[in-house]
Design a protein around this ligand. Structure first.
Ligand code: ATP
Length: 237
């Protein structure tokens, strides 16, 4: 089996006749955490959609632990072990948080309680929310539940789409800690995010996109230590 969790090779992603990502090549090692950075509209979300096979047309090769998944549907990709935390969270608002997690646990074997316990251990913010209905949750709480729900599926690779967007700093910090712990436990992580601190604290490498093209891939440390690189690639002119 390949030791690379994801290998994107010359991947082009289109919506109808509009190309959003041009010839992207990116490798994510097993157990590695990588951030996708870029200004608004750079193609971060589209890249995750391309890997998942959801809502975007793909050209090029996407391999998951050596297996080509570029032609698979999103449900097939998910069953392979790729978890997805969408930016709009998609919590069932009429169900409680516990019920949301139990629903997700139907996809896996073993006791449902174990699944909920695992999710709570991974995302401690969720514990006090278990009896609450989805509709009663703040944006940050919904995000915590969305990550916990993905963990229930025991993914080998977790794709997070803008997990910090619009959230209070204290929640962002707690969710970042959860992602760091998941990464430490061996999960491969790919985060599309505009919040630079979130990405730099949770990843080992970053890939920067600009207008759908990769313009830089380097260590998170190098990017974090270089105001010049940040200015060049992320500042709004
Ligand atoms: P943001 O941080 O603003 O979400 P992003 O880097 O995630 O930006 P994408 O959402 O991937 O960027 O968008 C990349 C390009 O694709 C943009 O030009 C956007 O307008 C376009 N796009 C995104 N979704 C669709 C869609 N469903 N149909 C058509 N074009 C789309």
């Amino acid at each position: 089996m390949s030791t690379d969790a994801l290998v994107l090779d010359d991947v082009t992603l289109t919506y109808g006749s509009a190309t959003a990502v041009f010839g992207l090549s990116l490798t994510v090692g097993a157990g590695e955490a990588v951030g996708i950075l870029g200004r608004n509209g750079a193609g971060k979300t589209t890249t995750l959609r391309g890997i998942l096979g959801s809502g975007v047309r793909r050209k090029g090769s996407i391999r998951y632990f050596g297996e080509e998944i570029g032609g698979m549907r999103a449900d097939q990709v998910a069953r392979k072990g790729i978890g997805w935390v969408p930016d709009d969270r998609r919590i069932y608002t009429t169900l409680t948080v516990r019920e949301n997690l139990l629903l997700a646990s139907r996809e896996r074997s073993g006791p449902a309680k174990e699944a909920v316990d695992e999710a709570v251990a991974a995302v401690p913010l969720v514990e006090k929310l278990l009896p609450r209905k989805g509709v009663q949750l703040s944006g940050g709480e919904q995000q915590a539940v969305a990550i916990a729900r993905a963990v229930v599926g025991r993914p080998k690779v977790l794709l997070l789409d803008e997990p910090a967007e619009g959230l209070a700093p204290i929640i962002v910090e707690s969710l970042q800690q959860s992602v760091i712990e998941l990464s430490r436990s061996g999960m491969t992580i790919l985060i599309a995010e505009q919040n630079l601190n979130f990405v730099l604290g949770a990843t080992q490498r970053v890939c920067v996109l600009d207008s759908g093209r990769e313009v830089l891939t380097c260590s998170s440390e190098e990017f974090g230590n270089s105001p010049e690189l940040q200015n060049q690639h992320l500042a709004i002119s």
